[in-house]
Design a protein around this ligand. Structure first.
Ligand SMILES: [Zn+2]
Length: 380
């Protein structure tokens, strides 16, 4: 099956459902991608993701290229074998990670000099290398290497990031076209930068539209700027994107951020938030967050959420037992809470799809807003 996105409503803005077809299966949108940065989901096996409602995973080409390396992954049969997942996979080019490693001072017009995360020394991570790495790994969707500005509020830095992002995007669009576009079995998504500057977002989006990209991401919005600035970046980008192409908000996965972005017309998300917060003992529920290490849970006999059908809750392990387990650094509590959180987020996506179809999205949006009034920023 070739790559194809079919929005059920070709809305310019506003919540919408759709279906993304890839060579490894379909994804109902809006969708959330659990993250396997280095090829491994944290604390949950791939086989457990599908029953939770996960249909597509995200991995990171930069980290996979560093370890075990492209040739090793090819020798194992490609990225789907490596992840133990025969469904759709999207790889990030590593732009966000490269720039969050503090490489901004070593960026040049042709790429970015970045410290090799495994071997030490420096690696020149270029648009050509990011594209070829992803073409060799074989995910269903590849992302362009873009420039993620380190300080989203600094206009000169953001303008420079947009300029380089556009130049690098053209190089990667040409390579994609030369390889046959989606006929190669791989889609390529562009990334809109521009921070919270309306003219820069417009300039970036408009310039990307003509290059034949298969989807568009809103980038530079999850770098610690807070919910309002994040949504401003979305509001400034979505109106310029074609209604028939999928829209992906990178690195966002906290409940309120997800619902508010879907309200604005975003179709796809990824974030380490559900599993990372699970590892630190924070559970997501329809009544808000539970910090299980809090002393009030010491003798609490309830599972995380008595109404939740997930494996962790259905097994009935009490909150008090999870708290004690976290304190004694047992392996199981982070796994159980991560599983519950991933179920919560994937269930939230399913509820959003159903409520959009039923014309009841605003009720769900209000419910999530009430349970999560002041969202911590979801990063990465
Ligand atoms: Zn649960």
């Amino acid at each position: 099956m070739p790559f194809h996105f079919n929005p059920w409503e070709e809305k310019g803005i506003g919540p919408r459902t759709g279906s993304l077809a890839t060579p490894h299966g379909k994804v109902a949108t809006p969708a959330f991608m659990p993250v396997a940065t280095r090829g491994m989901l944290r604390g949950i096996s791939p086989a457990r993701v599908r029953p939770l409602g996960g249909e597509i995973l995200l991995s990171n080409a930069f980290h996979l290229a560093a370890r075990p390396g492209v040739e090793a992954i090819q020798a194992m049969g490609g990225i789907h074998k490596f992840l133990g997942w025969n469904g759709p996979i999207l790889t990030d080019s590593g732009g966000f990670q490269v720039f969050s490693m503090g490489a901004s001072s070593r960026i040049h017009d042709g790429g970015v000099q970045v410290e090799h995360p495994v071997q030490g020394g420096f690696l020149d991570w270029t648009p050509e290398l990011a594209f070829r790495t992803q073409a060799s790994l074989g995910p269903d969707i590849a992302m362009v290497l873009d420039v993620c500005p380190p300080r989203p509020g600094d206009r000169d830095e953001v303008a420079s990031a947009v300029k380089r992002t556009l130049s690098w995007s053209r190089i990667q669009a040409d390579l994609h076209r030369a390889r046959g576009g989606i006929e190669s079995g791989q889609a390529l998504f562009a990334i809109v930068q521009g921070g919270t500057f309306p003219d820069l977002r417009e300039e970036c989006a408009r310039a990307l539209l003509d290059s034949g990209f298969d989807g568009f991401a809103v980038g530079g919005v999850s770098v610690g700027e807070g919910h309002e600035a994040m949504m401003a970046g979305v509001d400034l980008s979505i109106p310029w994107l074609p209604p028939d192409k999928i829209r992906y908000l990178m690195g966002v996965g906290a409940p309120r951020d997800l619902v508010e972005a879907v309200a604005r017309g975003v179709d796809l998300f990824d974030c380490v938030f559900p599993t990372r917060s699970g590892r630190f003992g924070t559970a997501l529920t329809w009544k808000g967050r539970l910090h299980l290490l809090n002393a009030r849970f010491k003798a609490d006999p309830s599972p995380i959420d008595p109404d939740c059908p997930c494996e962790a809750c259905a097994s009935g392990v009490p909150r008090g037992a999870l708290r004690a387990g976290f304190q004694s650094k047992e392996l199981l509590p982070p796994i159980l809470v991560s599983t519950h959180n991933l179920h919560f987020i994937l269930d939230l996506m399913a509820r959003m799809r159903d409520s959009i179809s039923a014309g009841e999205f605003e009720e769900l949006r209000a419910r999530v807003g009430k349970a999560y009034p002041a969202e911590p920023v979801s990063v990465g």
